[in-house]
Write a protein that binds this ligand. Structure first.
Ligand code: AHR
Length: 630
């Protein structure tokens, strides 16, 4: 019973991050100011001027005007403020659907200003609540005619999910402003330009084997010009050029015209995050094909060089010595040690002959320079169908190392496809199930829920991923997270608002598998056959040679309780262990902001009956039995 079938890769269960659903700006990235450097296509988007009426300019107390100055091609715009009224003029930033501020927490403000002839005597910065009451205040005295950086701190006096930042100018005349930024002090590891601590904690608690970034379709862009270019996401934050997010508007049940990428969370920060949460970094780069759901624009093969060079340079950025160009930049950004990159993805969800043609160009160049880097290739959007079959055949012929598959299907599909990988060639390419999630109804809409049926159906399917660990080396649920008020895709593993975040039932299923992945696959059978849905039961088993444990996962997808007896044969096991159960009575049940852990694992002690484990599996339940080896 404890004989190893195959080793389980440490990367087996990981995370897929994409800046969709306000996951980066407005989410994980803790910046509170939307459009901080006036670079959105409408440069004053996110900024209110409550006492300016453009129709009667002469009577205005002041006016804010965006100005384009081309000296810095990555951060062209700034805001010119003309103050007419000595009693004060104000601008207000609305944040990302408001700003979440917490009572007694400290906030850091920074901005750049050029104060023409010392006209403005003081800038007062305040958090205001939804009734415009001041709930935190600081000020700056702008001392220079030239551009100069200023900073200040303040403490919030009240908790408020929908705060805004009000900036009032004292004195009359003109002042120029740029890079107006507010971060909480309490970021993950208290870093400047940091990440939201509560969200990173949820990622950390998953003990993920890898972190795939930065997407998703966002890698591709609607046009090639809009693709994610990692080199534009590193270096000084103010020199990272803001651009429209690929998820701005499209596919959205609510339009999100204010969805842009500041790249404050860029590739350095993704590598650092991977390191912080113990995950192997897995960057995915453009392969010279724009999103095939949009323009499908192609870079001609003879013009692929810059794309391929980006991949080679990224490997140098991650792993190169500080004496290399890109390794030096990593070091200058605060990380002289390499990030130990082992994987790189070529293209996201691409398909057809155009993909294969481009993939081989990348593969040749990457392997020539970095033979030890494992390359992840794409297989297109669907688990079945013409494009997928074509891609798989071609990639098989090319002996591809790791193929990324994506599927968003019904809960029933997940239950019925738990044997999906049983038929995959053990000697063929390895599989990265890089995006999958059960959809309670199809499409991105409010009825497509993270409900319990979806979660336990994924668990049933995941026993199949685990049973096939010989072929399946990496897996990740998608998408990872969503802002309650600004999402474009459902369901999502983690939900957040401006103050809190919670894991869905799907999150806890992922966590159960990830934290109990073991090191070696074992067999668990009924009448000599794998347990794949007969009587609505699914099972897989592993051992962990480091923790000296046998771990058995059982999923009961039936509405009835089921008693199971597991014959542990002659395994030498301690009589006491533990059993972790996740269950909920109704298929539609889900976790919410109000009840964030309604469906989550509960652990109790377990006693063996001789050489047998007897368990009464609750209706609709996921059970993990852990027994110590002696
Ligand atoms: O996860 C959401 C989207 O689904 C990803 O961006 C894309 O790869 C897939 O189509």
């Amino acid at each position: 019973v404890t004989k190893t079938i195959t080793k389980i890769k440490p990367t087996m269960f990981g995370l897929f991050f994409e800046d969709i659903n306000f996951a980066a700006d407005g989410g994980l990235y803790a910046e509170m100011i939307k459009n901080r450097s006036f670079e959105f296509d409408k440069p004053l988007m996110g900024w209110e001027q409550p006492n300016t009426k453009r129709s009667s300019l002469n009577m205005n107390s002041g006016v804010a005007t965006p100005i384009k100055a081309l000296e810095n091609k990555n951060n062209t715009n700034f805001c010119r403020i003309l103050v007419n009224d000595p009693k004060g003029y104000e601008i207000i930033n609305e944040g990302f659907r408001g700003m979440g501020v917490k009572k007694d927490a400290k906030y850091y403000l920074s901005l750049k200003a050029a104060n023409h002839n010392g006209a403005i005597k003081k800038i007062i910065i305040q958090f205001i609540d939804k009734d415009k009451k001041v709930i935190g205040e600081t000020s700056i005295v702008p001392t220079s005619d030239e551009w100069k950086n200023y900073s200040a701190q303040f403490i919030a006096t009240q908790t408020e999910a929908k705060a805004k930042l009000k900036i009032t100018f004292e004195g009359t005349g003109t002042i120029d402003l740029d890079m107006i930024s507010v971060f909480p002090e309490d970021t993950w590891k208290n870093r400047k330009n940091g990440l939201r601590k509560d969200i990173v904690q949820l990622l950390y608690d998953m003990k993920p084997g890898f972190l795939r970034f930065p997407g998703g379709c966002i890698v591709e862009g609607r046009t090639l010009a809009d693709r994610y270019q990692w080199k534009k996401s590193v270096g000084e934050v103010e020199n990272r050029r803001t651009m429209i997010n690929r998820w701005n508007v499209e596919f959205s049940h609510k339009q999100t015209p204010d969805y842009f990428q500041s790249f404050g969370l860029g590739f350095f920060e993704y590598f650092q995050l991977s390191e912080d949460i113990g995950a192997t970094p897995l960057p995915i780069l453009s392969c010279g094909m724009a999103c095939q759901y949009n323009t499908g624009e192609l870079a001609p093969i003879e013009e692929l060089d810059p794309y391929v060079q980006d991949a080679l340079d990224l490997i140098e950025f991650a792993n190169g010595s500080v004496n290399t160009v890109w390794g030096k930049l990593r070091s200058d950004m605060g990380h002289p040690q390499p990030f130990n990159l082992k994987f790189i993805g070529v293209g996201n969800e691409q398909w057809g002959p155009a993909y294969i043609e481009r993939f081989v160009v990348f593969e040749k160049a990457i392997k020539a320079k970095y033979p030890n880097i494992t390359i992840v290739s794409g297989s297109g959007p669907s688990p079945n169908g013409e494009f997928f079959d074509f891609g798989m055949q071609e990639l098989n012929k090319l002996n591809a190392e790791l193929i990324d598959e994506h599927y968003y299907e019904s809960p029933k599909w997940f239950r019925e496809n738990a044997s999906r990988y049983d038929k995959y060639d053990r000697k063929g390419p390895k599989i990265f199930a890089g995006e999958y999630a059960a959809q309670s109804v199809s499409g991105a809409n409010p009825n497509n829920r993270n409900n319990w049926e979806c979660a336990f159906s994924e668990a049933a399917f995941m026993t199949g991923l685990e049973r096939n660990a010989e072929v399946v080396n990496m897996t990740s649920y998608a998408p990872l997270m969503a802002h309650e008020e600004a999402w474009q895709w459902t369901p999502d593993m983690i939900w957040f608002n401006n103050l809190t975040a919670f894991g869905s039932a799907n999150y806890y299923v992922q966590q159960l598998f990830s934290t109990n992945k073991g090191t070696d696959l074992l067999a668990i059978t009924k009448n000599g056959k794998a347990v794949i849905g007969e009587n609505d039961l699914y099972a897989s088993a592993v051992k962990d040679v480091d923790k000296k444990e046998v771990i058995i996962k059982l999923v009961n997808t039936s509405a009835e309780a089921q008693e199971v007896e597991i014959d542990l044969k002659n395994a030498k096991l301690a009589s006491k262990g533990s059993v972790i159960t996740m269950t909920s009575p109704n298929l539609q049940d889900e976790n919410t902001f109000g009840e964030p852990k309604k469906i989550s694992p509960k652990e109790t002690e377990y006693k063996l009956k001789g050489k047998k484990a007897v368990l009464n599996l609750q209706p609709f339940s996921v059970t993990v039995l852990k027994l110590k080896m002696v």
